[in-house]
Design a protein around this ligand. Structure first.
Ligand SMILES: Nc1ncnc2c1ncn2[C@@H]1O[C@H](COP(=O)(O)OP(=O)(O)OP(=O)(O)O)[C@@H](O)[C@H]1O
Length: 597
């Protein structure tokens, strides 16, 4: 329950909604009680009028008595109608304040979670899967909203109604009150249990539905592979099984739901029977008038829904507490990547790795071991190495996605940790290994890192990334939409849009993480020479498997299993006749074979 305390700040923020809502609830309940009193009065009036009516039997006054009775009943009926109308109006206001408050809180909470997600480091995203992140911001927030909205509203309603109605009932007749209220706690407890079963089964259905949607989504994304391997029938069968599971669980829920209303009706019926029976006994004993029975039946009906809602509210609060606990878990996760001095500066691009070692926190893999190198401002460095040798890890550390485990990483001779995160990242152009494009137009994708989009900058970046010719061939040019994750572009085109996006923001440090793997060597050379021009006065880090990418760099380091194996210029390393030369010869041979083929 203490987890829900996180929401108290929102109740403070929307206190006027809450206060006004409570007042509206009280007023609407008052107009709910008025008709009951009028009904009692009408019954008693009927009784008395009937006696007088009979006493005047055969006299002319009899019809006057009847007319008097009819006009009184008409006025009382009108009063009941007006009360019901006013009750309805205030119920409308009640929902307009409290349910509206819950929607505001839902909106604020979603924003709070989303903003917090953005501050969390990559390691957090590795630990938690996307489904879980989405569930907390959607399903869990919805469950919490049920607490801050309906549960609070019906809770206050129940409380005020109890306070207003029960003492009033006792003041009329304590014995009848006790008997007519006996079945109500039973009703509340049964609703609580039935509701828990319903919730449990609904969650099972949700789980089943989420499996079904994940399955469908994956089969559509992988439709190419499915068709190429002729697995349609298998996939059909798997879908059928997942669908069957969903149906089975839905039927189980339908069964319990079917029990829900008969149960409520049965228990309400029991209350009414008690009221009529005990009421009649009391009437015979002369303790109450018949009108009181009618009045009490109305009270019992009025109290039934709040009592029913007690079980319902309890289970909503329990579920909301569980959801808020999950949300708090994420909200309390703090990013360990923080700035020590919040330094803001224009970076020149001097990078120094001093005895840097790094171990991935989640896998425990030591990706870098005592790595030292230096890139002066405006220089370019190529990092070459086999798969898993730690190349991308270097890029991750420069972008400060992670902090070094040992050693020091300096930018412009200052520890990278001293800079504010935004300062470092905003001056880096990063082209990641796995290209990610947003499902937007090409120009929007290129301008992604810019605060304001100037078409000339976008066009220039596209030109520098050797993309202009391709874009000209698209019917909509720069306005071509790239589809989900850029599916309408070829691998090489996607990589070049990603490069254009990085250079458009004119970074001080450009990092290309294997960004040219999907383009041929001719395009690679064209991009690299264009880049040599653009990156004049800026620092570039070119990560690659291919020696061809390293030729244009001022210096090269060769990594193997997280260690620097060789370093120097391209020519020096060729002359050294070591691992770099071996790789160079092998790749040159490969290219030759490709050309012959
Ligand atoms: N996010 C991560 N969490 C845990 N371990 C990781 C993570 N990323 C990489 N590793 C591990 O760290 C090592 C170095 O990975 P890295 O991505 O730096 O290699 P790489 O040289 O860029 O390889 P490739 O050329 O195949 O991209 C690998 O053994 C890899 O399994």
């Amino acid at each position: 329950m203490k987890d829900l305390a996180h929401l108290n700040k929102y109740f403070g923020k929307y206190k006027w909604h809450l206060i006004l809502g409570t007042i509206f609830i009280i007023i609407s309940n008052f107009f709910g009680i008025v008709p009951a009193v009028i009904v009692r009065y009408s019954f008693d009036l009927l009784q008395r009028s009937y006696d007088i009516f009979k006493a005047f039997s055969g006299f002319e006054l009899q019809s006057t008595t009847y007319e008097l009775f009819a006009s009184s009943i008409f006025i009382l009926g009108l009063l009941i109608l007006i009360s019901a109308l006013l009750k309805g109006v205030f119920m409308f206001f009640m929902r307009q304040t409290i349910i509206v408050m819950s929607r505001h809180i839902e909106y604020d909470l979603k924003n709070e979670i989303y903003e917090h997600y953005q501050t969390l480091p990559l390691s957090f995203y590795r630990r938690n899967n996307t489904g879980d992140l989405m569930a907390r911001i959607s399903e869990d927030v919805s469950k919490v909203r049920m607490y801050v909205g309906p549960a609070i509203m019906y809770g206050i309603n129940m409380f005020t109604l109890f306070v207003m109605v029960i003492p009033f009932m006792f003041s009329i007749n304590p014995e009848l009150t006790l008997y007519s209220l006996i079945p109500l706690p039973l009703l509340s407890i049964s609703i609580y249990f039935v509701n828990n079963i319903i919730n449990k089964r609904s969650e099972e259905i949700q789980g089943s539905l989420s499996n079904l949607s994940t399955f469908v989504q994956e089969s559509f994304s992988g439709i190419r592979v499915i068709k190429a391997f002729v697995r349609e029938d298998d996939i059909d069968r798997e879908f059928d099984a997942a669908s069957e599971d969903y149906k089975h669980k839905s039927l189980r829920l339908a069964f319990v739901q079917a029990l829900f209303f008969p149960l409520i009706m049965g228990l309400i019926g029991l209350s009414v029977i008690f009221t009529v029976y005990i009421g009649s006994v009391e009437v015979f004993e002369g303790a109450i008038s018949t009108g009181v029975i009618a009045e009490f039946i109305i009270y019992v009906n009025m109290l039934t829904w709040p009592v029913t809602s007690l079980g319902w509210i309890t289970s909503i609060i329990q579920r909301a507490a569980a959801s808020q606990k999950r949300i708090n878990e994420f909200l309390q996760t703090k990013s360990e990547i923080v700035s020590t001095h919040n330094l803001e500066a224009d970076i020149k691009g001097h990078i120094q790795f001093q005895e840097v070692s790094f171990t991935y926190p989640d896998s425990g893999i030591e990706a870098l071991k005592n790595v030292s190198f230096e890139v002066k401002p405006g220089e370019s460095i190529a990092i070459i190495g086999t798969t898993g040798s730690g190349k991308s890890t270097i890029a991750n550390l420069i972008c400060r996605m992670y902090d070094t485990s040992a050693g020091e990483l300096k930018i412009d001779e200052q520890d990278i940790k001293k800079y504010s995160l935004d300062t470092v990242r905003s001056q880096i152009g990063y082209v990641p290994q796995d290209v990610f494009l947003f499902s937007d137009t090409i120009s929007e994708n290129i301008a992604f890192g810019l605060d304001s989009m100037e078409f000339d900058d976008v066009k220039k970046a596209a030109d520098d990334a050797d993309l202009l010719e391709n874009i000209d061939r698209f019917p909509n040019g720069f306005d071509t939409r790239v589809g989900e994750r850029g599916i309408t572009l070829s691998g090489g085109q996607k990589q070049r849009v990603s490069i254009a996006r990085a250079i458009a923001r004119e970074p001080k440090i450009l990092i290309l993480d294997d960004a040219l793997s999907a383009v041929d060597t001719k395009t690679e050379n064209a991009i690299l020479s264009a880049m040599a021009r653009i990156m004049k006065g800026r620092t570039s880090v070119i990560i690659s498997h291919r020696v061809s990418s390293a030729k244009l760099a001022d210096k090269v380091i060769m990594l193997d299993d997280g260690r620097v194996l060789e370093s120097g210029t391209h020519d020096e390393l060729i002359a050294a006749n070591g691992a770099y030369k071996e790789l160079h010869d092998k790749q040159l041979q490969g290219e030759g074979e490709e050309t012959i083929v």
